[in-house]
Design a protein around this ligand. Structure first.
Ligand SMILES: C[S@@+](CC[C@H](N)C(=O)[O-])C[C@H]1O[C@@H](n2cnc3c(N)ncnc32)[C@H](O)[C@@H]1O
Length: 243
C-alpha cells in the first residue's frame, strides 16, 4: 500500500469512528439507561474484553457478544475468529443492530465465510437458544438495571456458557460513588443492590479483574469462569458465595 492509499484509508477509518461516536451520543440522548454510556468503548477496553478469544484463537470457538452498540468490541473480535468459529451478536437497539449488520456484511475477514457472524436484534432476555458458548462478552450497562433483572441476566449468562467457558464484562470506575452523590436515595439503593448481585457472582466465579485507565471513562474489566466440574453447579457456587 502506498503512502497516499494508507492516508486515505486511515482518514476513512477516522471519519467512520467519528460518525459512530455521534450515532452513539444520539442514542444516549434518546435513552441513556439502556445505552449506558455516551461514547463507544475504546481500543484498550475492547482488547481487555476480548482477551479470552485472542488467547484461544487457535481452536474453533462459539462466541456470544451482548450489547454490541456501534461495534468496537465486535471489530476486535472478528479478526480472531478461527475457522469453524462462530459469533452471535445480540443488540436491542434497532439502529445499532442495523449498523452491526452493515459492519458484518462489509467486513473483509467475513467475505468468504458468510454466516459465521449473526446479528440478533432483540433483548438478551428474549434469546431462546440451545447453543452453548465458550466465551460471552457482555457490554450491557448492568448498573442501570433493576437488581432482579441483573440476577436473571447473570444466571442466564452462566447457563449459556459451556463448563470452563468465560464471561467478560465491564463496569465504569466510580459510578456507584457518583450516583450516591448525585442521584435520589432510591436510585442509590438500587445501584447498591445491583453491586451486591454482581459481588456474589464475582466471589463465585471471578478469575481476574483489570482496570483500563485508557478509556473514557476508565473501566474495570471482569473475567468470570463457569466451573468445569458438573457437581459444582452455578446454583451451588452462588449459594456458597452468598453465605
Ligand atoms: C454501554 S453500551 C456498549 C456498546 C459497545 N459494546 C461498546 O463497548 O461500545 C450498551 C449496549 O447494550 C445494548 N443493550 C442494553 N440493554 C440490552 C439488552 N437487555 N439486551 C441487548 N442489548 C442491550 C444497548 O443498546 C447498547 O448498545
Amino acid at each position: 500500500m502506498g503512502m497516499d492509499d494508507w492516508t486515505t484509508s486511515h482518514q476513512r477509518v477516522l471519519a467512520q469512528r467519528e460518525a459512530e461516536g455521534w450515532m452513539f451520543l444520539i442514542e444516549a440522548a434518546r435513552d441513556l439507561r439502556t445505552t449506558g454510556a455516551i461514547a463507544p468503548s475504546g481500543n484498550a477496553l475492547a482488547r481487555a474484553l476480548t482477551d479470552p478469544v485472542r488467547t484461544q484463537a487457535s481452536r474453533p470457538l462459539a462466541v456470544l457478544e451482548v450489547g454490541a452498540g456501534t461495534g468496537p468490541v465486535t471489530r476486535a473480535l472478528i479478526p480472531h475468529l478461527s475457522g469453524g468459529s462462530r459469533l452471535d451478536i445480540v443488540e436491542a437497539n434497532p439502529r445499532f443492530a442495523a449498523q452491526l449488520r452493515r459492519l458484518v456484511t462489509t467486513h473483509p475477514d467475513l467475505a468468504d465465510v458468510p454466516g459465521r457472524v449473526s446479528v440478533h436484534e432483540m433483548f438478551v432476555e428474549q434469546l431462546d437458544t440451545d447453543q452453548r458458548y465458550d466465551v460471552i462478552v457482555s457490554g450491557l450497562p448492568l448498573t442501570n438495571f433493576a437488581p432482579d433483572q441483573v440476577e436473571r441476566i447473570m444466571a442466564r449468562y452462566m447457563d449459556l456458557l459451556h463448563p470452563g467457558g468465560t464471561l467478560t464484562y465491564f463496569a465504569y470506575v466510580g459510578t456507584r460513588r457518583a450516583r450516591a452523590l448525585t442521584a435520589s436515595r432510591v436510585e442509590a439503593r438500587r445501584h447498591a443492590a445491583v453491586d451486591e448481585v454482581m459481588a456474589a457472582y464475582q466471589r463465585a466465579y471471578a478469575t481476574g479483574r483489570w482496570t483500563v485507565w485508557a478509556n473514557l471513562p476508565p473501566a474495570h474489566v471482569w473475567h468470570l469462569r463457569r466451573p468445569l466440574v458438573p457437581a459444582d453447579s452455578p446454583e451451588q457456587r452462588l449459594a456458597g458465595a452468598r453465605r
